[in-house]
Write a protein that binds this ligand. Structure first.
Ligand code: MIC
Ligand code: SF4
Length: 651
């Protein structure tokens, strides 16, 4: 029986375990990436591990999220990251260079390699035939220190592409269609592998757009074969030598299949407030638009921005619309400046932003109250734009550009505008934003610690009896943006958990932090897909700081579940989802015998007030049990080190 591409790459990197869905394996990690808003915690943790030079082939520290520098905090964080990078042989990418995923694709992506990143959109690298996985910061710190990562073997879902996209329909519409079919939890526990003759017409940056938003499916990652389009892309980046052909075997067996006829797709949009709330632009109708934002790691490539420039050339942005554009990298901006496309954008009335995440993470450009914003980004969760009552729609660059001109949500196929083809470009090397890891020096480089950088919170050993008050009962699909909001006000405090914790769940329940402090031991009750969205471990560390001991939900998103375990917080699932109804806010729950209980398939949770009980599923691997008993991953690593030292002493 033939193999999927996913299993071929995993097998090639297998260090321990068996490639059987649901089992835990450990794989070798070739590359890591971090960005600044998760990176400060990653590097505090790396320092706590006493690591020397990183064990990966390449590790890169990007600064792209938190580049506003409204106070000393951001700049201090950047200096901190740069100093730790120098101590451990990590390539440092300065603010202004661009968005981590776009830069990694352009400069470092290599087919067949593994990449682990402290950002949920790390799977963008799947567009180049990599197994690129988003993870919590601590997992990435461990990957740098030890060169490996443990994960549950995913199932593989094949998306078979046939036909060819029509003009005005692009990669964004493909992934929006897949999201409409599979929903935001349809990819949990799966890798999405793309195959079929439809691939021929998709460039690497198209594929990267699709792989990027596989994160919104909850998938472990997405992967494309490496073929002649891959070679052409690497060649344009001056890296043809990195090309190798890669594909699944013709008779590979997949766990599930979804067929997508590219020719039948229409321009689509994800309506407020979820990436899977998808409809055709034509069905949604010509709603009035206040803002159009183009960029983000999903749609900020050279090809995307050239399409936008060609639509805007000789036209004007509608007087009622604010059009903002953030290019994905300084190289892209430089080419646009050289070939005149930048002038076309500016003449049309576009506002050019820094090459960074910017509005995608609420760093400026919040829409007006109740405003309609069309964004080429990947997430439209309520409030993420910085305006709680804004209506954010996710669209393709083509739809965004034509709508910016008409001032109305517009289906380009009906616009009468002919799309000009984009000429390919070569990317001249642009390394003036990079600080080389070559002269790394662990001993003689001091860690630059600004006053806002506080130690990360640490849990204590799991006690036998856990008593906790229900401080929040949440519904389905709670995002990490709900748990630990991020915007220009809060991002500067990513390295200060005690401060950040005051804002935990702020947008959906402002009293949460106070109630947790009063409870002296808290439990969060959640619905399906609890913790979907970003990889930010702050969504586990802030609750830890507030005394959350366990989370009881109907199901969990992959990265958040790992982050809870890494922090020593138990993620438990309801054996009977109907029990969710019984757990109202204020009840006190008690787990007896927790240390042994977490190794059994399920444990009993007692409700103090009524004396009733319910059953909660555990489902932890051996490694996870060890981490939970130790009170989190750092404690487990320290226990291991102590054991090894005493074994060595006894010899
Ligand atoms: C996001 O898009 O939500 C972020 C900001 O990039 C996060 C990381 C973070 O919260 O710092 C992500 O996707 O993991
Ligand atoms: Fe940055 Fe937005 Fe991409 Fe997150 S989704 S990495 S905030 S551009």
């Amino acid at each position: 029986m033939g193999k999927t591409l996913t299993y071929k790459i995993l097998e090639d990197h297998l260090l321990a375990g068996e490639l059987v869905p649901g089992r835990e394996i450990t794989i070798r990690i070739d590359q890591t990436l971090t960005q600044d808003s998760t990176g400060t915690m990653v590097y505090l943790q790396l320092e706590a591990m006493d690591a020397g030079r990183v064990k990966t082939e390449l590790s890169v520290a990007y600064v792209d999220h938190n580049t506003l520098q409204t106070g000393f905090e951001n700049a201090d964080d950047h200096a901190f990251i740069e100093s730790v990078a120098k101590r451990h042989g990590i390539l440092f990418s300065k603010p202004g260079n661009g968005i981590c995923h776009q830069l990694q694709l352009e400069n470092h992506g290599v087919p067949g390699k593994t990449l682990l990143g402290s950002d949920s959109h790390t799977p963008t690298g799947g567009g180049l035939g990599m197994i690129a996985i988003g993870a919590g910061g601590l997992d990435v710190a461990v990957a740098m220190a030890q060169g490996c990562y443990s994960l549950i073997v995913p199932k593989v879902l094949k998306v078979e592409l046939t036909g060819r996209l029509r003009p005005w329909v692009s990669a964004k519409d493909v992934i929006l269609y897949v999201l409409q079919q599979l929903t935001v939890k349809g990819g949990v526990g799966k890798v999405i592998e793309y195959t079929g003759e439809g691939l021929l017409s998709l460039s690497v940056t198209d594929r990267a757009t699709i792989a990027n938003m596989g994160a919104e499916l909850g998938a472990t990652t997405s992967v494309f074969p490496s073929d002649e389009n891959t070679r052409a892309y690497l060649q344009s980046q001056g890296r043809e030598g990195d090309y190798i052909p890669l594909a699944a075997d013709a008779d590979a067996l997949y766990d599930e299949t979804l067929r997508v006829d590219l020719s039948s797709l229409k321009p689509l949009a994800a309506k407020p407030h979820s990436p899977d709330n998808v409809d055709t632009v034509a069905n949604i109708g010509a709603i009035k638009v206040d803002q159009v934002a183009i960029g983000s790691c999903t749609n900020s490539s050279y090809a995307d921005l050239m399409k936008v420039a060609s639509i805007l050339k000789g036209r004007k942005v509608h007087t009622d619309v604010s059009l903002v554009i953030a290019p994905g990298s300084s190289s892209i901006l430089r080419i646009l400046a050289r070939n005149g496309a930048l002038a076309d954008l500016i003449e049309a009335g576009a506002r050019i932003l820094e090459n960074a995440c910017g509005p995608c993470i609420g760093m400026g450009q919040s829409p007006r109250s109740g405003g309609v914003s069309l964004r080429t980004f990947n997430r439209n969760f309520k409030g993420r734009s910085g305006t709680l009552d804004a209506e954010v729609y996710l669209v393709s660059p083509e739809t965004a550009a034509v709508s910016a001109v008409t001032g109305l949500l517009t289906d380009g196929t009906q616009s009468g505008i002919a799309l000009a083809p984009t000429a390919p470009a070569d990317f001249p090397k642009n390394d003036h934003f990079l600080v080389s890891p070559a002269g790394f020096d662990t001993e003689n480089t001091a860690v630059a610690m600004g006053p806002n950088i506080k130690p990360f919170p640490q849990n204590t050993r799991l006690p036998d009896v856990l008593t906790a008050v229900v401080t929040l009962r949440a519904g389905d699909n709670i995002t990490t943006d709900d748990i630990m909001p991020s915007d220009s006000r809060l991002l500067p405090y990513r390295s200060n958990i005690p401060y950040l914790a005051n804002y935990c769940f702020e947008k959906i329940d402002a009293g949460f932090a106070e109630r947790c402090r009063a409870a002296g031991g808290a439990v969060i009750v959640g619905g399906e897909n609890y913790g979907q969205g970003s990889s930010r471990e702050h969504a586990a560390l802030a609750p830890l700081h507030l005394g959350v001991r366990f989370v009881l939900a109907k199901s969990f998103a992959r990265i958040h579940r790992s982050n809870l375990i890494n922090s020593g917080i138990l993620p438990l699932t309801f054996e009977d989802p109907a029990d969710w109804e019984r757990l109202s806010q204020g009840l006190t729950l008690r787990i007896e015998n927790a240390r042994d209980g977490i190794a059994a398939p399920a444990l009993t949770v007692a409700i103090k007030e009524s004396g009733e009980t319910l059953r909660a599923r555990t489902g932890f691997s051996a490694l996870e049990i060890a981490m939970l008993r130790a009170g989190g991953r750092i404690n487990a690593i320290r226990d291991d080190a102590r054991q090894q030292a005493s074994a060595a002493g006894a010899r």
